[in-house]
Design a protein around this ligand. Structure first.
Ligand code: FAD
Length: 337
């Protein structure tokens, strides 16, 4: 059964700009639902550089990506946005009263207006090209570890040569029955301290190195993974007995379905009217990195301003009978109250 919601504005993307749009909409009494393909809010700041300082957020001489996201979520919270995380918006269709947004998880949201704050596209894991991969996703194949305990007592194959592969090998060695690490090369591109720890675990026999190998197939019965096939550089195969495969090949960004929604675009960006952030479809607005207009700068601070402009342009669509008198936030008392 699908899950149908109704709201004033759907925000596609919970990056910094989408999060601030919740606040700007909230100040104008516009209710919001927010969808993001990632399991967490924060977009590029959270996924790509949580610990890197940003120096050009006004009034913050330096603030880490993760801290900026936490504060934006806190600032938005009084307006009670509904988050739909871990799902990608696949469809945006015209309805009599506005737009209907649908996700790959079956969530449906009806709204008067849509704000697309989709950055450079939806984040998703890079997947290894293995036959039957989808059969095991969520049961034997996982692209992220939510709870370490889920892998207690299991035989785990980790594939990859970066920080995620090394860090999770070190961590899961404490709880899993057996941990094997498959990598194309003997060298890992990860923090030296983590690599030393991994070397020590290998010496103690708590982690098994499978190098230089790459993934070549999956084995299982009735959707249950029983083994991971790997091949060396001469294509000699062997099977690793395993219950779980964790491929850590990084994140990819995929503009995906956005290009099919019939909006005027240029080189992967949505063209907007700079005065309102309106796209070529009435009632759909675009802000942040995905939006383009002459002179556009892909900066978080510009995205914040665009969020304010979109919210003001949406107000008359949702409240046609209420004139909007421009006010400062300070004149409104506590946000959301
Ligand atoms: P994003 O942060 O890209 O977020 C978009 C979100 O939309 C993503 O979470 C994505 O999963 C989601 N999404 C996309 N399509 C869909 C869909 N169909 N369904 C569901 N969800 C979807 N900017 C600065 O101003 N200062 C800096 O110092 C700075 N440093 C940077 C350093 C690095 C290493 C990088 C990579 C960028 C930096 N930037 C900086 C740029 C800044 O991060 C971006 O401008 C900002 O993240 C744009 O925010 P956004 O909300 O528009 O998009």
């Amino acid at each position: 059964a699908t899950n149908v919601h109704s709201t004033d504005v759907v925000i596609i993307g919970a990056g910094p700009v989408g999060l601030f749009a919740i606040f700007e909409c909230g100040m104008l009494k516009l209710r919001t639902h927010v969808v993001d393909a990632l399991d967490m809010v924060g977009g590029q700041c959270a996924a790509l550089y949580p610990e890197k300082p940003i120096y050009d957020i006004p009034a913050h001489p330096a603030i880490d990506g993760a801290d900026l996201v936490d504060r934006l979520a806190e600032q938005a919270a009084p307006f009670n946005p509904t988050y739909h995380l871990g799902q990608q918006v696949t469809t945006v269709e015209k309805t009599a009263g506005g737009w209907r947004v649908g996700t790959d998880k079956g969530t449906v949201i009806d709204a008067r207006a849509v704000i697309i704050a989709a950055g450079v596209g939806a984040f998703g894991p890079n997947k290894p090209p293995l036959d039957g991969l989808e059969t095991y996703e969520g049961t034997g194949v996982f692209y992220m570890v939510k709870r370490r305990q889920d892998f207690a007592g299991r035989r785990v194959v980790i594939a990859g040569g970066g920080d995620s592969a090394v860090d999770w090998a070190n961590s899961l060695a404490e709880v899993a029955a057996h941990v094997m690490v498959v990598h194309r090369r003997p060298k890992f591109r990860a923090a030296p301290e983590s690599v030393s720890r991994l070397d020590a675990l290998v010496k103690q026999g708590r982690v098994e190195m499978v190098v230089p190998y790459q993934l070549s197939g999956l084995e299982g019965t009735e959707g249950r993974l029983t083994g991971v096939r790997v091949a060396d550089l001469d294509n000699h195969e062997k099977v690793l007995d395993a219950d779980v495969l964790l491929p850590f090949f990084g994140l990819a960004m995929n503009l995906g379905p956005i290009a099919d929604w019939g909006l005027d675009m240029e080189k992967g960006h949505i063209l907007v009217d700079q005065r309102t952030q309106a796209t070529s479809a009435a009632g759909i607005f675009a802000i942040g990195d995905i939006a383009h207009y002459p002179g556009k700068l892909k900066l978080i601070l510009c995205g914040f301003a665009e969020a304010a402009m979109a919210a003001h342009a949406i107000h008359p669509l949702v409240h046609p009978d209420q004139a909007l008198h421009f006010e400062y936030s300070t004149s409104k008392g506590v946000p959301g109250a």
